[in-house]
Design a binder for this molecule. Structure first.
Ligand code: MG
Ligand code: MG
Length: 259
């Protein structure tokens, strides 16, 4: 039995979600050709600490950095490095915070300069599939309804959903039950209850769904070297419509940048 969060807990999760959302926007402002992914990590870690939070990924099961920076064919869990971003790349920043005992966790895939039309489509479809998932995340539905909504949308564009990784509950722990797969069948999986807090995070490949684990034990790559996108938001399951805790508005409605 998964305990729904109290409204007090939800407010603490909201504070984390806002810090993470703003951190993603700071990273987005720094994304440009010529910038290293290590620099994106520095920007994020500085912003998180300046806001009194802790970068929860740093040291998590031995992860070496404050953010995951996953470029092109890397689906998730890329290490920030000396790799220099170039025009046409995409880079996913996945960011976690720990603040007042609760967690934040969200991700956004940024284009580096101008990207080709198919890559732009991959980003648009992946983000739209996340919102399809959120629409399905209502009290009385089940996790399979979320997965089905994401998968059916993504596959209608000829892209594929990664199966090996999934969304999750969030609270005092970054990863709580239930698991929230990005594929599935309606009416299957864990029942969604009012007050449950979950991260929905489709990982979508431009090519096939197969992935492999890097020798470093962390980075997940597409098997066919196609590009992969990943968008993640934290929501509260409610009756009728889920409530978003994190947001991409700081990235997309800032006025200075527009992805
Ligand atoms: Mg994440
Ligand atoms: Mg997550």
């Amino acid at each position: 039995m998964i305990r729904p969060k109290t409204e007090e807990e939800i407010e603490l999760l909201r504070e984390n979600a806002i810090i993470v959302s703003k951190t993603l926007a700071e990273v987005g402002k720094a994304v440009a050709p010529g910038v290293t992914t290590k620099e994106l990590n520095r920007v994020a870690e500085t912003f998180i600490r300046d806001n009194g939070a802790i970068p929860s990924f740093l040291g998590f099961e031995g992860f070496p950095a404050a953010i995951c920076a996953s470029v092109n064919d890397v689906v998730v869990h890329g290490f920030p490095s000396d790799y220099v971003l170039k025009e046409g790349d995409i880079v996913t920043a996945d960011i976690g915070t720990l603040y007042k005992g609760y967690n934040g966790d969200s991700a956004y895939t940024f284009p580096v300069g101008e990207v080709d039309a198919r890559t732009r489509k991959l980003l648009d479809v992946t983000k739209a599939s996340l919102y399809k998932g959120i629409e399905a995340a209502v009290a009385g539905a089940r996790t399979g309804d979320i997965g089905y909504a994401v998968q059916s949308y993504v596959e209608s564009f000829g892209f594929s959903v990664v199966r090996e990784l999934e969304g999750h509950g969030i609270g005092r722990e970054m990863h709580e039950n239930p698991g929230v797969p990005n594929y599935g069948r309606p009416g299957r999986g864990t029942h969604l209850v009012d007050g449950m807090t979950i991260c929905i995070e489709p990982m979508v490949n431009a090519g096939g769904k197969a992935v492999y684990l890097d020798r470093n034990g962390w980075a997940v790559h597409t098997a066919d070297k196609s590009k992969s996108a990943h968008f993640e938001l934290t929501v509260v399951v409610r009756k009728g419509r889920a409530e978003q805790l994190s947001t991409f508005d700081f990235i997309e409605k800032d006025g200075r940048i527009n992805f």
